[in-house]
Design a protein around this ligand. Structure first.
Ligand code: PGA
Length: 243
């Protein structure tokens, strides 16, 4: 059985005053669910020191170190206490032009630093309406998954671009179709693919979490907006524990 993971992606939100929410999330973490918080890098070290809270970076540079002003290496994230790193989020792919090859290099760097990569893939609304969803996702997965990926160092997050931050959650049927396909692809390319956690992301909240977590190949969620407060995030963690 893959691990159950509830990961919160704070994106470019969070000042030191908001660590109160991180503390409350740490305090409310439930047995049987791995809760992970990915705060902005400025808060990573201090958030990592909260007992019971696993943390992650939101991206990393593919290189281990060097002349890359403003960037962070995976080793730096690990040194700050992270055990995960999101790679290939659609906001990075869109805002920073990150290609599948870039994402694979970042995931490899995360692995080399001992981090578990949370590798994101997702189709746009145009791609879905053109009937291309599964073909696009399979190509993204094949292009972004580095050699050496296994269930212990990689988690896949399916995040339809049209569902991120829009309040439009994919329907259980849409999520099931993609996650069942994902499981099939990952089992073909990764020896222990049956054990790799597959997360859904895109407007997950307390009111829709349970129906998503009831799906066979949904092992958790990558949560943006609803991870910013303990009041919104902990019910999602509890829904996952109950699934
Ligand atoms: P959202 O973001 O939950 O705010 O839709 C999800 C994500 O981008 O990871």
């Amino acid at each position: 059985m893959p691990r159950k993971i509830a990961a919160g992606n704070w994106k470019m939100n969070g000042l030191r005053a908001d660590l109160e929410q991180a503390r409350a999330i740490a305090a409310g973490a439930t047995d049987g669910v791995h809760a992970v918080l990915c705060p902005p890098a400025t808060l990573l070290a201090v958030a990592s020191d909260l007992s019971g809270l696993a943390t992650g970076g939101q991206t990393c540079h593919p290189a281990a170190k060097g002349a890359h002003t403003g960037d962070l290496s995976a080793a730096m994230l690990a040194d700050a206490g992270a055990s995960y790193c999101i790679v290939g989020h659609s906001e990075r792919r869109a805002d920073h032009g990150e290609s599948d090859a870039d994402v694979a290099a970042q995931a490899r760097a995360a692995h080399d630093a001992g981090l578990t990569a949370i590798l994101c893939i997702g189709e746009t609304l145009d791609q879905r309406e053109a009937g291309d969803t599964l073909a696009i996702l399979e190509a993204q997965l094949n292009g972004s998954l580095p050699d050496g990926a296994h269930a212990g160092n990689t988690v896949i997050a399916y995040e339809p671009v049209w569902a991120i931050g829009t309040g439009k959650v994919a329907s259980p049927d849409q999520v099931a179709e993609v996650h069942d396909a994902l499981r099939g692809w990952i089992v073909d390319v990764v020896p222990d693919g049956a054990d790799m956690a597959l997360l859904y992301g895109g407007s997950v909240k307390a009111s829709n979490a349970a129906e998503l977590f009831a799906l066979t190949n949904v092992d958790g969620a990558l949560v943006g907006g609803a991870s910013l407060t303990a009041d919104d995030f902990l019910p999602i963690v509890r829904a996952l524990a109950a699934a």
